[in-house]
Write a protein that binds this ligand. Structure first.
Ligand SMILES: C[S@@+](CC[C@H](N)C(=O)[O-])C[C@H]1O[C@@H](n2cnc3c(N)ncnc32)[C@H](O)[C@@H]1O
Length: 287
């Protein structure tokens, strides 16, 4: 079958869904299977596609039509200008999370220019936060912890992909992952994008998210705040004096997380908005 015809069949399979971009998604997927870029697909419409690739393409378009995320099919998601490998079992990095990373990069430049800075990421997923910091700031000595094997495997693949030698990854339940390393009082920055969706709201999320993304990356307990309640008091043992604790939050959690930081003696507390103008990041410093 010709590229043009196959593309049209693929678009027809997914065009009735309410979200996504059918033409772009079909083009990217066919390009991936043929190992060519999207410009090639647009300019070689008359090329014949081998039969096994036709079958594979139609099978994957069918899967996509049932809400399976395109990023898991393509096995890739761009974040902070880096192409992260992703697969089922890790959260797909979100553009909103760039707000946190960009603040961390500015904070490093302002306070630790050309000095070594110890950075910890709790709940690494694909490695979006910790590997971006490690890539863009070579003076960062980066530690990452996740409780599950798939995120650790995927983040290790991405660490290799970006050729980073300033990152160490550990398995564990939040700070337990690094508790034997003698790092108490050593971190200049601790960051986390923890699970923060209130349990009862998970069912209301769009199908792509609730059916296919890992629930342990989403579920923040009854009110969505359980990880902030754990991380904030425990972080004081691991932060240096004046160290920064920075979180991604749900758009309506700014005040509550700010209050937990205040109750635990954090100073210089601020809320940052994402590109849509919604509260997305809260941070404070230890003293
Ligand atoms: C919202 S995802 C964030 C992933 C990634 N940092 C990002 O921003 O794309 C939360 C991550 O926390 C991990 N996680 C959940 N509970 C944890 C725990 N108790 N200790 C460590 N990691 C945990 C999940 O496996 C998941 O990878």
């Amino acid at each position: 079958m010709e590229i043009n015809h196959l593309l049209k069949r693929g678009v027809d399979i997914i065009k009735d869904r309410e979200y996504g971009n059918p033409v772009l998604e079909a083009t990217l997927l066919l390009g991936k299977l043929l190992n060519v870029d999207k410009v090639y697909i647009y300019t070689h419409g008359k090329d014949q596609v081998p039969e096994p690739i036709v079958d594979k393409f139609l099978e994957l378009m069918d899967k996509r039509s049932k809400g399976y995320p395109i990023q898991y099919i393509l096995k890739e998601k761009e974040f902070m200008g880096l192409d992260f490998y992703v697969e089922e079992g890790v959260l797909i990095p979100r553009p909103d999370t760039e707000t946190l990373v960009e603040y961390v990069l500015r904070h490093i430049d302002k306070n630790y220019k050309d000095r070594l800075v110890n950075f910890l990421d709790l709940g690494i997923g694909s490695g979006a936060i910790c590997l971006s910091v490690a890539h863009y700031r070579k003076n960062a000595n980066v530690y990452g912890v996740d409780i599950h094997d798939t995120p650790l495997k995927v983040a290790s693949i991405n660490k290799e992909r970006f050729n980073l030698d300033n990152v160490k990854l550990y398995k564990g339940d939040l700070f337990k992952g690094i508790e034997d390393l003698g790092l108490e009082g050593k971190f200049h920055i601790i960051a986390s994008n923890p699970p923060y969706i209130p349990k009862r709201e998970i069912e209301t999320l769009q199908k792509e998210v609730k059916d296919y993304e890992p629930v342990d990356a989403l579920d923040g307990g009854e009110d969505g705040l359980s990880f902030y309640r754990r991380i904030i008091p425990e972080s004081k043992r691991y932060l240096q004096e004046k160290g920064l604790l920075i979180f991604e939050i749900g758009y309506d959690q700014g005040k509550q997380v700010k209050d937990i930081l205040m109750d635990n003696g954090f100073k210089n507390i601020q809320i940052l908005k994402d590109l849509q103008g919604l509260d997305r990041v809260v941070f404070g410093t230890k003293n």
